[in-house]
Design a protein around this ligand. Sequence first.
Ligand SMILES: C[S@@+](CC[C@H](N)C(=O)[O-])C[C@H]1O[C@@H](n2cnc3c(N)ncnc32)[C@H](O)[C@@H]1O
Length: 200
Amino acid sequence: MTNSRGTYYSKREKEGFYNMAKKQGFRARSYFKLEQIDVKYNIIKDNLLIIDLGCAPGGWLEYVDNKVRNGKIVGIDLLEVKKQKEFSKNVQIIEDDFNNITDYKLGDFDLVLSDMAPEFCGDSVVDRGRTHKLNLKTLEFCRDHLKFGGNLVFKSFEGDDLESVRNAARKMFQEVKEYKPKSSDKKSAEVFEICLFRVN
Ligand SMILES: C[S@@+](CC[C@H](N)C(=O)[O-])C[C@H]1O[C@@H](n2cnc3c(N)ncnc32)[C@H](O)[C@@H]1O
């Protein structure tokens, strides 16, 4: 990250990313998480077919839509994404379970993004376990729908099973890195796995 970017983010950190998102009219603070992941790993580019799993309320979609001039972005969520008309024609939003994606005959993706989270019950052991299961489902999704050479970013939580999730990812991708953006709450166990170049 360059110095000016560093200063930019420290300023944002001080002001609070939540307030910044509100001030700048973004749908969610998560906008900045994806922005920071992209600044570091340069994964979002023109002419890609991108899918955003668990896209509501639309913060990540908004970031990708702002960055990509030519390309197709599919967002899918169990919940409705409000004000779909605010997105460009590059964006298609589907209200459904990501496991049903085959029904939509969209072809294989160049990039899979997943900020999906299961329903939390408040018991951190159970919640982390559910998250790790969802992570494994996301890897299965990639086995069926991500092109070879494509990339995946998914959210997880520190916990007992995370290492086995990472190992499963390492079998499919040339490189698997972990990153916690500044905009992610320091107290939260949330981390992002950046899986580069599908090989298997
Ligand atoms: C943290 S939110 C995503 C925030 C989003 N990235 C943004 O920037 O606005 C997690 C989302 O995952 C969705 N989700 C969880 N399980 C899902 C599933 N099986 N299929 C589709 N979406 C799912 C939830 O409905 C929820 O909206």
